[in-house]
Write a protein that binds this ligand. Structure first.
Ligand code: GLU
Length: 325
């Protein structure tokens, strides 16, 4: 599933963000974007492209972006078609900028509330409510950290988010619930990403966040609060990321390796697509809910091993969904 990269450093970060996104490409996505707080001038430099990370990288190569703090994203659209306007990061009032993986279930109610407060929406995403809510609380005088903390209490659904503010270009605030997020620990610089793999060129030390964690990241500090709001220390783990997927590892053969990979593969596939009680319909793509509601019959097309899997799935679909399969 899609991904997030963030960096706060004493050097230019767009190159680190782009490299990170490229390393997350295996997760699948339809568009990509990044934003940095403009070095010296303030405000955000926002770049977004439908299609490949390569296109985003070409754009940055042609018109270089400069900033020491930034966030980046590959999107797998769930609400609103893949388009530049729907791609992340999203910005509120040129003050707060955010990337999000996951699905916000109560986005319609929040959208109505924020529209009433005068916020204008520029995308069809569920995500945009998060950035406006944070801006709302931040503009009312709360620190960026407290504004994010307050916002999280309003969200239902799954998320990993990373947030930066134009008036506070020293820190990234991040949080996770139902979508993965790790901190990459550097020397005089810190990073975050959906997968340690994204940060391999810049560090081998990681802090794995737990469900409900909230984080404040500066160049030289990492502060974490757990879901109960208690300040916690999480261990820094040194990772050897030498092996890749083409390697049989300690398994006797590749089939054995694949069998053992199944729990992790299912976990990755469902990340950010689960609510507390069910798989969210949007996980199957834009408009999936309407299509599923209308479905009178399901046909599975498969051969070989997938035929056997489909033969089992047929019983489950008929039993659970009550439609002929
Ligand atoms: N639900 C969000 C959107 O459609 C985030 C999708 C993702 O996880 O990439 O923009």
């Amino acid at each position: 599933m899609c991904g997030i990269v963030g960096a706060v450093a004493d050097r230019n970060v767009p190159g680190i963000l782009l490299e990170g996104l490229q390393r997350l490409e295996y997760r699948g996505y339809d568009s990509a974007g990044l934003a940095v707080v403009r070095a010296g001038q303030g405000g955000f430099d926002l770049r977004r492209k439908v299609g490949k990370v390569r296109q985003l990288a070409d754009d940055v190569a042609e018109h270089p972006a400069h900033g020491r703090i930034g966030i980046a994203h590959t999107r797998w659209a769930t609400h609103g078609a893949p388009s530049e306007a729907n791609a992340h990061p999203h910005i509120s009032n040129d003050r707060v900028c955010l990337v999000h993986n996951g699905i916000i279930e109560n986005h319609e109610a929040l959208r109505a509330e924020l529209t009433g407060l005068g916020y204008r929406f520029r995308s069809e995403t569920d995500t945009e409510v998060i950035v406006h809510l944070i801006d709302h609380y931040h503009a009312a005088g709360r620190s960026l950290l407290d504004a994010v903390r307050e916002t999280l209490t309003r969200l239902e659904g799954a998320y990993a988010i990373a947030v930066i503010a134009a008036d506070d270009p020293e820190r990234i605030i991040a949080a996770r619930m139902g979508s993965p997020l790790v901190i990459g620990v550097g020397i005089g610089e810190n990073f975050l990403a959906s997968d340690p793999l994204a940060l391999r060129p810049v560090t081998d030390r990681f802090v794995f966040l737990e469900e409900g964690d909230l984080v404040e990241l500066t160049r030289d500090s990492i502060a974490i609060w757990d879901r109960a709001g208690k300040r916690v220390e999480r261990p820094v783990e040194k990772l050897q990321l030498g092996r890749d997927d083409g390697d049989r590892g300690n398994y006797r053969h590749f089939m054995q390796k694949e069998i053992h990979q199944q729990p992790a593969v299912i976990r990755h596939t469902l990340e950010g697509r689960l609510s507390r009680t069910r798989v969210l319909e949007e996980a199957f793509g834009i408009g999936a809910r309407a299509i599923l509601d209308r479905a009178r019959q399901v046909t599975l097309v498969a051969c070989g091993t997938s035929f056997y899997a489909a033969s089992v799935a047929r019983y489950w679909i008929e039993e659970l969904a009550g439609v002929p399969c």
